[in-house]
Design a protein around this ligand. Structure first.
Ligand code: ATP
Length: 236
């Protein structure tokens, strides 16, 4: 079951050690070809959900399936998943491509599997990939981080607030990057606290508030005058 579905999150719950329930009941799926936006205000539980997905923290309940395989630490199916959840630290004195190579080497996977050129191209880095990272703007660093998450061309790309701090033209560019990535049977899951941003970059939205799903479905059904989306709708 779900063998061809990149992600199934089934009644996920996460209660922190202090008893705080950050995620009480979150369930959604991500299908191939979709760019799904996990949308909610600060503190809604988006990062917690993505961190559980990446195996960075253990769930208190529920299950996650990646291509039909129950997600457990060290599962080989994790190689089909690439993510930008914690901001990566780059080596400022190296250029972009050498940073990507250093990162990939640390994963221990064969160089030929990295697909550096394609990741750099999809992320729209162009010639700046040969410039030292210390000369990068915030937007360029963000793209490099996304290229890093794209290495190996994972079938499911997971990004936590990738448009954080970007200006409107850069957000428009991000839309192209994400839509392009979600072709060839791939899919993207991205978090955001801005409705307008999800509207612009995603095909589907899962709206969370206080650890629970408020609405989910195709973006054009979720946005507009949906009374369920009442929080931060600050435009970009
Ligand atoms: P943001 O956009 O601010 O990151 P978010 O939707 O990603 O918001 P989370 O980071 O998942 O939200 O946090 C959800 C709630 O869980 C917050 O109220 C936060 O304070 C709480 N929380 C996060 N980490 C812990 C922790 N280690 N222990 C206790 N509570 C935590």
């Amino acid at each position: 079951e779900y063998a061809d579905t990149p992600l199934v999150v089934d009644h996920l719950r996460k209660e922190y050690a202090d008893g705080f329930v950050a995620v009480s009941d979150v369930h959604f799926t991500v299908e191939r070809g979709q760019v799904v936006g996990l949308l909610g205000p600060n503190g809604a539980g988006k990062t917690t959900t993505l961190r559980v997905l990446m195996g960075l923290t253990q769930p208190s309940g529920g299950e996650i399936f990646v291509f039909g395989h129950r997600l457990v630490p060290g599962s080989p199916v994790l190689s089909r998943l690439g993510a930008l959840v914690e901001g990566p630290g780059f080596l400022p004195h190296l250029n972009g491509i050498d940073n990507l190579k250093a990162y990939w080497q640390a994963t221990g996977r064969p160089l030929a599997d990295a697909h550096f050129d394609e990741a750099v191209e999809i992320a729209g880095l162009g010639d700046s990939i040969h410039r030292k990272v210390r000369k990068y703007s915030h937007g360029m660093k963000q793209r490099l981080a996304i290229a890093q998450a794209m290495l190996g061309l994972p079938e499911l790309l997971v990004l936590d607030e990738p448009t954080d701090g970007l200006d409107p033209p850069q957000i428009a560019e991000m839309r192209r990057v994400l839509k392009r990535y979600a072709t060839d049977g791939r899919a993207v899951l991205v978090s955001s606290h801005l409705l307008a941003e999800v509207e612009q970059t995603c095909t589907h939205a899962v709206v969370v508030n206080k650890g629970e799903i408020v609405a989910s479905g195709p973006v054009d059904e979720i946005v507009g005058d949906s009374p369920t989306v009442q929080f931060d709708v600050t435009d970009v």
